[in-house]
Design a protein around this ligand. Sequence first.
Ligand code: NAP
Length: 249
Amino acid sequence: MRKTILITGASSGLGEEMARQFAARGHDLALCARRTDKLEALRTQILAAHPDRRIEIRALDVTDDAQVFEVFRAFANDFGTLDRVVINAGLGKGAPLGTGRFDANKQTAMTNFVGALAQTEAAMEIFRAQNAGHLVMISSMSAMRGMPKTVTTYAATKAGVAHLAEGVRADVMGTPIKVSVIYPGYIRSEMNERVKNAPFIVGTEEGVRAMVEAIEKEKPHAHVPPWPWVPLGVAMKYLPLPLARRLMG
Ligand SMILES: NC(=O)c1ccc[n+]([C@@H]2O[C@H](COP(=O)([O-])OP(=O)(O)OC[C@H]3O[C@@H](n4cnc5c(N)ncnc54)[C@H](OP(=O)(O)O)[C@@H]3O)[C@@H](O)[C@H]2O)c1
């Protein structure tokens, strides 16, 4: 069992619910995000249900490179080992390119890609030293294809992190270090609470259950929930762009 799991972006949405579900399965947790009040409340709630779990929390802004390394090393030090790291912190801001919102697109790129790069570096340093560990990258179904409108930069970051993780997998193949890329479809969270057109959206608990099952099986890659996202993933990837563009809103 991967006893100790570090989750970034654990203060809301999928990260918060992954923490609850992993704790219920017997894992100890290292949780981080910028909003530590929410992490404190989550820790209190989880410990009320599972008093034997160990939960450490730390403030982390994933765009602060030095802090990413400090916080990951400090968690590894707390527990002695980190068995799994879930790179989950993410931002869904954005606007069509060339419409004056470089600030929003850049912020998304810095959080979702450069932030994930720093987290991957920090996690892999620990895993290489341990010669063990499970790296989990939370990508998105939007990574399947270039996406129009407000999602263009977001989708590009999610394709980028999926390739980053696959490259790491190619690097460590044949060693005890494993790598999974998770491609969630729409799952209710703070990120999409105001999004009206979210096809096939599922509730947080249901969607995260599918994520946690795929992660525990250490699948190299998983579209979650599998229905309808496995077949839709094929369509998104291979339809000619004029048709794919319509499918993708
Ligand atoms: N929900 C979906 O439908 C869906 C689908 C596909 C992929 N995803 C991916 O799933 C992941 C979780 O998203 P969510 O849906 O759960 O959204 P969410 O509820 O908005 O949660 C995002 C989390 O990321 C953290 N975060 C954002 N910027 C950060 C920063 N600079 N430093 C540290 N933490 C930061 C937030 O914590 P603080 O604000 O407290 O720092 C929060 O805990 C993201 O990577 C997202 O792209 C979600």
